[in-house]
Design a binder for this molecule. Structure first.
Ligand code: HEM
Length: 167
């Protein structure tokens, strides 16, 4: 990558290198066990239509807020965004969280800052990720899967968010 690449520049400015990424993962207690859980989700997201539905629900929600709608100027941008977001969420569960992953996240952050979605600004927008998974044979009947996954999800939220709980 050229030394003038803006994301490489940000990475250098922030002092983010391989050792720093490892230090951050250790601080967050992000282990191989978390990677394995996230990879299990990939199959669910890859089910036909799953990511598209996820993205549709996300934008229906977002567009209900005028301050968010104002950042999306036209239909073409919205369609572009839905595609980038599908790829983004798909990438969350691939299981590779190395330097390229970090670079891509910084890129998305830089794009959001450019369009005026600054998390430290007035919109105060920030995202957390909580996930609950019901597993077999711990959950013996199909009828219980929904409620057990919900239970796991709320356990993840109440434990501080940004985590996966498997039941
Ligand atoms: C979970 C939260 C979000 C995720 C994962 C996400 C993801 C992304 C991604 C992957 C891109 C493409 C970056 C690129 O150009 O490579 C993007 C761009 C963008 N996002 Fe988001 N986004 C989120 C929240 C929001 C919110 C709340 C808004 C407010 C309206 C927003 C507005 C935009 C805009 C306007 C662009 C630039 C679109 C363009 O001109 O192509 N995003 N986002």
């Amino acid at each position: 990558m050229a030394a003038t690449d803006p994301i490489t520049t940000i990475t250098h400015e922030l002092g983010i290198d391989e050792a720093d990424i490892a230090r951050r993962k250790s601080f967050l207690e992000f282990t191989e066990a978390d990677v394995a859980l996230l990879k299990q989700l990939h199959a669910l997201l890859e089910a036909p239509g799953s990511i598209d539905e996820f993205t549709r629900v996300f934008y229906d929600h977002l567009l209900a807020y005028p301050e968010m709608r104002a950042l999306i100027p036209d239909e073409a941008t919205l369609e572009r965004l839905k595609k980038s977001q599908s790829a983004y969420f798909n990438g969350l569960t691939v299981g590779d969280y190395g330097d390229e992953y970090v670079r891509q996240r910084l890129h998305v952050g830089a794009v959001h800052q450019r369009v005026g979605l600054d998390p430290s600004g007035e919109s105060g927008f920030h995202v957390t990720f909580s996930c609950g998974i019901a597993s077999f044979p711990e959950t013996p009947t199909a009828a219980d899967f929904g409620s057990r996954a919900d239970e796991a999800l709320y356990e993840a939220k109440h434990a501080g968010r940004n985590r996966v709980v498997l039941k």
